[in-house]
Ligand binder design. Structure first.
Ligand code: IFM
Length: 445
């Protein structure tokens, strides 16, 4: 479908945004008494980050807030999704809150509202205060309560001006990459720990939802999951069963507790002694009604019973610079599956979707990233298709506003629709930014 017709598939109420996160763009690690985060610490471990970089400067967004807000407004989006760095608000994650810490986010939110843009804030996009990690981090049940206090503190100051408030971004990443594989902060390698961390993240989500509501929340409240569509490599029964197991581990392990109040039995059985300790009442606390579900989708996962990796690139299938297969149909399939599995599914935002590509250098003020335009157009069409199949879609947000610190890949991968020159901090909207702006202009009519 051409972009010209595609925009007509979306109602006037649809939310269109761009997304970022604090550690990936802000820099200013010590400004106004900010504390150390687990990512500040992790970046200093030799070999942890592909280009040995860190988040000390990143996109210097902290010092370029006003011009970055103008940049966001210039795209014509009606929403900006960002995250709040917990160690800015409470240096250690326990004890005193830092009254200066929220000034930056207050300026951010007020600046968005002045420009007619909705503010969608995330409380935890992975940069946990190191002071909490020193006490056991997400593996320690007390962190759950510290998170609830932090959530309430943020809401008390900003809640009246936020349109959306997300508890956690991608609990799978924190649990599995951070605590099982150890490739992300805090770099722990224990499945047992990972599963307990996961439970504590979900529990803190549920308890924070309850507390925020009790305090009179006006923003929409929800959580963001990174999900994939798990498909069997062949029609062989063994591959189909393996894909179902993968789906249970990667999708249902997170969504079942949120929407059904229980972990999938087959995953609990598979985990055995590594299953998390769940206290009486926890599952009920987790399963709070949500105003929305955020879904981050980048690629599908193809599963075979033998466990062989699916080499999309080797098979000549399109891949991004992360070597993730580009498969928009997987987004539609995933959204339809969520709608089928969870009756009463709340409105769904695609809170992240986008591609890293080896962009050409800036030539005459242009970066011609046609592959990213194709990626975005294909996935927006998949959202339209899901909507036609009855999924209550509410919005779509591009990952990312601008090139930024891509975690263990450092600055080597570029996801932005705006190019960042890290030597000069000059921002150059890519062709994909122009495409998105034009698309939104057509949609507004
Ligand atoms: O950059 C990340 C983001 O922080 C979380 N979701 C996936 C993106 C791309 O890897």
């Amino acid at each position: 479908m051409s972009s010209h017709l595609l925009h007509r598939q979306f109602p006037p109420s649809f939310v269109w945004g761009v997304a970022t996160s604090s550690f990936q763009i802000e820099g200013a690690p010590h400004a106004d008494g900010k504390g150390e985060s687990i990512w500040d610490r992790f970046c200093r471990q030799p070999g942890a980050i592909a280009d040995a970089s860190n988040g000390d400067i990143a996109c210097d967004h902290f010092h370029r807030l006003d011009s970055d807000l103008d940049l966001i407004a210039s795209l014509g989006v009606n929403c900006y999704r960002f995250s709040i760095a917990w160690p800015r608000v409470q240096a250690l994650g326990h004890g005193d809150f830092n009254p200066k810490g929220l000034n930056f986010y207050e300026r951010l939110v007020d600046g968005l509202l002045r420009r007619g843009i909705q503010a969608f804030a995330t409380l935890n996009h992975w940069d946990l205060p190191q002071g909490l990690q020193d006490r056991g981090g997400w593996n320690d049940r007390d962190t759950v309560h510290r998170f609830v206090d932090y959530a309430r503190h943020v809401q008390a100051r900003l809640g009246d001006r936020l349109d959306g408030l997300t508890t956690h971004n991608e609990p799978w990443v924190v649990a599995v990459l951070g605590h099982e594989q150890g490739s992300f902060a805090p770099g722990i390698k224990s499945r047992r720990t990972a599963m307990q961390v996961c439970h504590h993240l979900l529990l803190s989500h549920g308890l924070a939802m309850q507390a925020l509501r009790a305090d009179g929340a006006t923003a929409e409240l929800g959580i963001v999951l990174n999900l994939t569509s798990s498909v069997p490599a062949t029609a062989m029964p063994a591959d189909i069963a393996a894909a179902q197991r993968a789906d249970a581990r990667s999708r249902r392990w997170y969504a079942d507790p949120l929407f059904k109040g229980c972990y999938p039995e087959e995953v609990l059985a598979e985990l055995g002694a590594d299953a998390p300790v769940v206290q009486p009442g926890d599952m009920g606390s987790i399963a709070q009604p949500m105003d929305y579900l955020g879904v981050n989708y980048y690629t599908r996962t193809v599963i075979s019973a033998g466990g062989e990796a699916w080499d999309a690139k080797g098979r000549g299938l399109p891949v991004s610079d992360m070597d993730w297969e580009i498969y928009p149909q997987g987004l539609a399939d995933l959204l339809v599956l969520l709608h089928r599995d969870y009756p009463g599914l709340p409105p769904v935002y695609v809170t992240e979707n986008g591609g890293a590509f080896k962009d050409q250098a800036v030539v005459n003020g242009r970066v011609q990233d046609d592959d990213r335009i194709d990626y975005l157009r294909g996935h927006i069409a998949a959202v339209a298709s899901a909507m036609q199949q009855g999924v209550p879609m509410a919005g779509y947000m591009v990952w990312s506003l601008m090139d930024n610190f891509e975690w263990a890949s450092g600055y080597l991968k570029r996801f932005g629709i705006v190019h960042v020159d890290y030597d000069t901090q000059v921002r150059t909207p890519k062709a994909s930014a122009d495409w998105y702006r034009d698309f939104l202009k057509d949609w507004r009519g």
